[in-house]
Design a protein around this ligand. Sequence first.
Ligand code: SAH
Length: 370
Amino acid sequence: MRPLHLSGLTQSELTDFTESLGEPAYRARQIFGGIHRRRLLGIDEMTDLPKELRAKLSERAVVSTLTLDSRFLSTDGTRRYLFKTHDNLPVETVFIPEERRDTICFSSQSGCPLQCTFCLTAQLGLLRNLAAGEIVEQIVLALNDAYGVGVRTPRGTNLVGMGAGEPFLNFDALMKAIRIMADPGGLHIVPNRVTVSTAGVVPRIRELATIPDRPHLAVSMAAPTDELRNELMPINKKWPLKELLSACKDFEKSLKPGERFTFEYVMLQGVNDSDEHARELANLLNRHQLRAKINLIPHNPAEPLPYQPSSAERIESFREILASKGIHTFVRKPRGRDILAACGQLAARSEFAQESFPVNNRTLVERRLA
Ligand code: SAH
């Protein structure tokens, strides 16, 4: 039997576990704080626990299961991590420092079952769903690498579920990870700082609309017509635009003040970026009376995929048409393209890995050498 993975337990599940070992409830608080607030990676590092308890825990449980395979550093400061699960599957995470906050882009699945033609992750296929603890650990490991084990982060941390995988096809683990990370006794990253992106899993959009403490929603569009979207994002055959946008409308009705809801639109040169596409897109959203913003994402080159990014002028013209029809539109700046860390480039590639590893995180270094 595999040991219990402590990173994936809520504080109350951890309390049940320590109680089953005959330990008082405050031990669970201590262990939870050790994992998520102090970001320790092993039971033996929790030196505030009695030695016997550590031994007892070690017989049955582990804190972390991901190991670092390689790390990539972009000229713009973005870092990409390629981790391996206990069963040797790839998990990728991207750390994006910005002036006033850090953003961590996490994966929800190893690989991805969707077959979006413009995304490299599709080429891996679905390897498996990640467990809640494997989602949480990505954030712990990225923060430890950026700042050192347990060091308080100098800026706020935002999370985006936009890495490998379709988060809404791993909904329960995703929502559990978000609950664990929100706990004030741990990482304390509240759902208001989390955005989850879906390719359009309609029933889960509707479910999310009913959840009070929920992350922000982003929906990947990529095309204004069913014909083109069927081609670029085959998930559209299952949930076509009409159904998708009607779920989005219901979601919009459930928004509370300050909540965000955005569409992502990847700009593929000569494929979905004409003025006509912009007008169709604006009319589509206006027909459904959606007020959501649109983020335009220039396509990130992803060899061997047959696409090129739209030019800056094309994107600007597209943006202006949307704006003239009353739709708030932003152009997203790609980060980490040079290390295959940008949207749609995560495919467990290990070119450009750093040879030497000058990090302040001993554990990661040792793991890599081991
Ligand atoms: N499966 C989810 C989560 C992945 S998010 C989803 O589809 O929303 C990744 C975002 O990057 C999506 O909005 C997707 O449309 C976009 N994307 C995928 N490949 C891309 C590429 N090569 N260049 C730019 N954006 C891309």
